[in-house]
Ligand binder design. Structure first.
Ligand code: SF4
Ligand code: SF4
Length: 485
């Protein structure tokens, strides 16, 4: 039987079933131990030092214990601390991105995804480079600067060369004042050599959802195709790191397995990356199973309520305070609104989850034929941006770290240095100004400029504040763009 070892490179040793079961048993036994719960909550709280805030985070055992406890007062405190962490490290900024579906050809058999090989009635599409260009122009015209590209696994139709060509095309398009400044990549687990090629192509984060950490369920949910290999999939982030990609994004598809098991597995994965590579995950995504073509989410027994989903999100925030957290348009405006306060730092906006879903369609038209899942939040990017601002969040289109080479542990040291207000905050305001000037509706512009003026006052350094103010004026009065700290 495999022994738990966070430093091991073997999937069943760093995501160890025995350790997860022990953790869940231990959490059940101690769930009402008030002194222990108090100790864990105190440990999670951000501490203000001379150079800003620091946080200790939580182990998978501590996180699981909080999840098991069902005292409403404890839950309130978890939410409060999650919000404090969010404000300490991310302020009121929310980074915006959009998915770009390149191809829905796929040789896998994932039972929760309509792109599975056996789905014979869904049309299969793969964008040509001209079509990629058109999609990128449409996305730039909406105001996007950051994309997450998505493609099914198909060595014949979507080989790595195709993905690399698409990345090259995306970075090459500069329409009006637009450009895509960071391309995150969500493709199947691959080899160290291919990760190296992705790194050389200038990708931002490599994202790969684990779907479920429960091996037995994983094998059933992925009955056929290369993704069936649990170990190869689970060890992908280590190969990505070996290939030089130091920003990796984890995720679980909540609803497939028991959420308590998944939370423990997810935090163990983060601990493993930290133990082996010295840097935890750059982001964690929290998707839930959704309706799609031939997929009915009620067919999965482990669906979670909005309340449980919020609790999980807040506990992840406590456990990995320096990791960005992403929520997609799978969730409704109401759910997104609540989760933004509990730790989410990135949202997608104006998303289309079909291949070729942007170019040639108006803001309220959306093709459904190749959709990977139903989009619950169907608002345009302009509406999402305005909604965020009206709720006190600053929509940020910042990609500065990636462009300045601050990835991996250099990014983490920025987070831990207390310089976020002198860096992320002005960057958010400058990129928001770009958006307002180039793409926003008059109504959004009015709300936005008021926010920029107020928020600029919060930049602590006089020097940084005055440079940011000058750049903002420059953006308004010229075509100069892409200022950053
Ligand atoms: S989840 Fe990914 S690998 Fe699985 S069928 Fe869908 S596109 Fe293919
Ligand atoms: S400066 Fe870096 S950490 Fe801050 S918002 Fe921009 S990209 Fe993110």
């Amino acid at each position: 039987m495999a022994i738990y070892d966070p430093k091991s490179l073997k999937a069943d040793e760093f995501i160890n079933d025995g350790e997860i079961r022990d953790t869940l048993r231990w959490a059940e036994e101690h769930k009402n131990d008030a002194a222990l719960i108090r100790e864990i909550l105190d440990k999670a709280r951000p501490v203000k030092g001379e150079r800003g805030y620091t946080c200790k985070g939580l182990t998978h055992r501590e996180a699981s214990l909080l999840l098991e406890n069902d005292d409403p007062a404890v839950l309130e405190e978890i939410y409060k601390i999650a919000e404090e962490i969010k404000l300490a490290f991310y302020g009121n900024r929310i980074v915006i991105f959009a998915p770009l579906y390149l191809s829905n050809y796929c040789v896998n058999g994932c039972v929760y995804c309509p792109y599975h090989l056996k789905n014979k009635h869904i049309p299969r599409k793969k964008l040509t480079q001209d079509e990629v260009r058109n999609e990128v122009i449409a996305l730039q015209d909406m105001g996007h600067k950051r994309l997450a590209i998505e493609a099914g696994e198909d060595p014949v139709n979507n080989p790595i060369e195709y993905i690399l060509d698409c990345i090259k095309t995306i970075y090459s398009v500069h329409h009006k004042n637009g450009d895509i400044r960071r391309v995150n990549v969500n493709i199947a687990a691959t080899t160290v050599e291919n990760y190296r090629r992705l790194k050389e192509a200038g990708i931002g984060t490599y994202i790969l959802f684990q779907e479920t950490y429960h091996k037995e369920s994983y094998l059933k949910l992925h009955p056929t195709g290369p993704k069936h290999d649990y170990d190869y999939h689970t060890e992908a982030m280590d190969r990505a790191m070996e290939g030089g990609i130091d920003d990796v994004g984890l995720g679980v598809l909540f609803g497939l397995e028991l959420y308590k098991y998944e939370l423990a597995g997810l935090i163990m994965h983060a601990e493993h990356l930290e133990a082996v590579h010295g840097v935890g995950p750059h982001t964690i995504s929290v998707p839930r199973v959704k309706k799609a073509d031939d997929i009915d989410p009620t067919a999965f027994d482990n669906g979670i309520s909005d309340e449980t989903f919020a609790k999980i999100t807040a506990i992840i925030r406590l456990a990995v305070p320096y990791t960005g957290m992403i929520i997609s348009t799978r969730e409704t405006e109401e759910v997104r609104s609540k989760l933004l306060r509990l730790g989410i730092s990135q949202v997608s906006g104006g998303s289309r989850t079909s291949v070729g879903g942007y170019a040639g369609y108006s803001a309220d038209e959306r093709p459904h034929d190749t959709e990977q899942f139903d989009v619950s939040d169907q608002r345009s990017l302009d509406e999402v941006v305005r909604w965020l601002m009206e709720n006190g969040h600053i929509p940020s289109f910042c990609t500065a770290c990636y462009r300045e080479g601050r990835t991996g542990d250099r990014f983490m040291s920025l987070c831990k240095s207390g310089q976020i207000l002198n860096c992320c905050h002005p960057n958010a305001l400058m990129t928001l100004t770009e958006y307002l000037e180039d793409y926003a509706s008059p109504e959004t512009k009015a709300v936005g400029y008021k926010m920029v003026e107020e928020e600029l006052k919060k930049v602590p350094s006089d020097k940084v504040r005055s440079i940011a103010a000058r750049n903002i004026e420059d953006i308004k009065n010229s075509n100069r763009r892409d200022f950053r700290f």
